[in-house]
Write a protein that binds this ligand. Sequence first.
Ligand code: ADP
Ligand code: MG
Ligand code: ZN
Length: 477
Amino acid sequence: MLQYEPVIGLEVHVHLNTNSKVFCSCSTQFGLSPNQNTCPVCLGLPGVLPVFNRQVLINAIKMAFATNCAINERSIFARKHYFYPDLPKGFQISQYELPLAEHGEIIIEIDGNSRKIGITRIHIEEDAGKLVHDENRPISYVDLNRASVPLIEIVSEPDIRTPEEAAVYLKKIRTLVRYLSISDGNMEEGSLRCDANISLRPVGQEKFGVKAELKNMNSFRNVQKALEYEIKRQTTVLLEGKQVIQETRLWDVAKNITLSMRGKEEAHDYRYFPEPDIPPVIVTDEFTQEIKKSLPELPDDKFNRFVKDYELPLYDAGVLTSSISIADYYESCLKNYNNPKTVSNWIMVELLRLIPSEELSSDNCPVKPEGLCGLLQMIDDGKISGKMGKEILEKAFNSQKDPRALVEEQGLSQVSDENIIVEAINKILSENPKEVEKYKSGKAKVFGFFVGQVMKETKGKANPGLLNDLLKKELDK
Ligand code: ADP
Ligand code: MG
Ligand code: ZN
């Protein structure tokens, strides 16, 4: 039977988090009353002129650097025409022939393997407004608060081969924009949106097949599911000897299927032409180098440094560099407690059970790095057991108290005083002469019984290692 290979390319839109819109000084603040953030420019009234927001350019250039793109010294805006009531000018200002940046790449990690996904281009454009439909009457309202909010579009090469890779790639874009602080990257709120193009080709064939473009997926999970569905659908079409038709399809979240929205014949003719009201964008080397200097350490560099300097497994390094704040939390811990793998385990297994990874930061987390290190030190010193440590961490997290203070306050400290333990041992041995006889006649199993009894006697606080040693000594006397 013919085997088909998926070929996937993504077009990703990211809202940039500037204070004002891309061509006017209106606020970009989300959630205000409809049309509060509008002015003659973003309403598309006649006789007004757009002015390009410099901060948008700076943020877009940051992403271009983070994806290793070549930045064009000269790029131009174009008008992309289509009719829709949420687009007051009748065209969207975008970049077409000469985008800001081209020829980049994003590295993704899947199952310990790195894959390079080519970036065709990154360009700047404005968002459209939003229609609000009235459930009770056959009318719609238009809210133009979002009109002209700045976006970058990141277009990938058709280098992605599986739905999982597509989801990982998209998450990597979110990680990047969050590292760069240029967007909140929130998919559910529409700050990160994705159109997925997918075709199949027989394994071994170089030429690409006919693609479908999938829209309307508002979570990583849905992108993956829509692509999985589409692979099945296209495979069936091809195995029946039919052709996949080039079309735009919508993901139906409720039914878990993709539905045809429009075919190639109905595709828009956007009648692009250069935007006459905005001069070409010229960026000098000096300007871009200044921006480059302001970049934080990027995720790939941090990841490689964590693997090399702290000798962490790739998985640990991936989790700990998934955001700047987790990485900072981790490295603050290492300042006080120099065992990288132990700290990594406690953050990944214990702390991330209590707090979502997006929220873990030194400011946010009730257990501060010093507190966690204090806890680990108490375990190393034999003051508390590892098992107790886990319970104390959770208590500290919920009560917002320092773990050391909690141990003090609740008298949880492990008993490492030999005299106290020996006293308890002798009490138990004298209360159980028959069991002692059994032990002396060779029944080694009874040892466990004594450990349990002494633990009970010390309310579970005897240092287990010490208890074992001392018990053996007393029994062998
Ligand atoms: P369009 O003009 O239809 O938007 P583009 O050539 O601009 O198409 O490509 C849009 C996206 O589709 C890119 O991310 C690209 O990688 C991807 N793409 C192009 N051709 C194919 C194909 N045959 N199969 C899958 N993806 C494709
Ligand atoms: Mg397209
Ligand atoms: Zn405006």
